[in-house]
Design a protein around this ligand. Structure first.
Ligand SMILES: C[S@@+](CC[C@H](N)C(=O)[O-])C[C@H]1O[C@@H](n2cnc3c(N)ncnc32)[C@H](O)[C@@H]1O
Length: 258
């Protein structure tokens, strides 16, 4: 890709995919994307990742290993239609509590409907709010998860500091995000799939290619594994590490508030 990734020094706040926008403009554009795709979001996730997002999300939950305890509280930020929160509650034998926080009411509405169907509503709270300004007291949660959300948040450094603030001492941060492919042939196949196929599937399934063009471009701009680990350390987290999934198409970053 001709476009270079953003470094740990910043730049995501003004990049809307490959377009440079003014600071303060990105969030509104991102919100339009997710309002448009909300109803088709889950089916498009399967199409875009050829179903692989399910295994990556399962990997995230295994790494978290949620406590089977009603006092265990997780905040799932940019939780959208609920995939991560549902898995956390199920993995805790339906004992833990998860708060699904998202800036977009359309995504949360789909999530709340899915939760009812799965009879998981008693273990979930849905909150419409911004990752950059969490409406919670300091030291409130045992874990903070965010899956495929952080690259959409304009000020990633601010969101990470908020994550640190609301976690209890001993709490865990887990971030699942598309990342930099580190296998020579896979990177070319992946680029071809992303830039040719995904926007076309998006148009065929939702009638609009533009949101999917943004999604694939935003993946290319997101800092690579090492740079993102640096950002997590800069927010105060300890023992920061990452695991690549599928040759780095996605990566799971972990940090602790110690
Ligand atoms: C790609 S979806 C991920 C949804 C879900 N976590 C999953 O893995 O399926 C990204 C989500 O980030 C949310 N988002 C974007 N900016 C946000 C912000 N500043 N604060 C909270 N959520 C945000 C969007 O509304 C959208 O629901």
């Amino acid at each position: 890709m001709a476009e270079s990734r953003t470094s740990a020094d910043g730049g995501m706040e003004t990049s809307y995919g490959f377009r440079e926008v003014a600071d303060g403009e990105k969030q509104g554009l991102v919100n339009e994307v997710f309002h448009k795709v909300a109803k088709r979001y889950d089916v498009m996730n399967d199409v875009m990742s050829m179903g692989m997002h399910r295994a990556w999300k399962d990997g995230m939950i295994s790494a978290l290993n949620p406590r089977k305890d009603p006092a265990y509280k997780v905040l799932d930020v940019a939780g959208g239609t609920g995939d991560i929160a549902f898995r956390i509650v199920e993995a805790s034998n339906r004992l833990a509590h998860a708060t699904v926080l998202d800036i977009n009411g359309s995504m949360l509405a789909v999530g709340a409907e899915r939760a009812e169907k799965k009879k998981l509503s008693d273990n979930l709270t849905f909150v419409e709010a911004n990752a950059e300004e969490l409406p919670f007291e300091p030291n409130s949660f045992d874990a903070y998860t965010i899956a495929f959300g952080i690259r959409n948040v304009p000020h990633i450094d601010v969101a990470l500091k908020e994550a640190y603030r609301v976690l209890k001492r001993g709490g865990r941060l887990l971030v699942l995000e598309f990342s930099e492919v580190d296998l020579p042939l896979l990177d070319r196949v992946y680029d071809a799939w992303s830039f040719n196929a995904i926007p076309k599937f998006g148009k065929a399934i939702t009638g609009d290619a533009e949101p999917y063009q943004y999604l694939v471009e935003s993946i290319c701009k997101f800092p690579n594994q090492q740079d993102f680990a640096t950002m997590i350390r800069e927010a105060g987290f300890s023992r920061v590490s990452f695991t690549n999934y599928t040759g780095g198409i996605a990566a799971l970053h972990s940090g602790w508030k110690l």
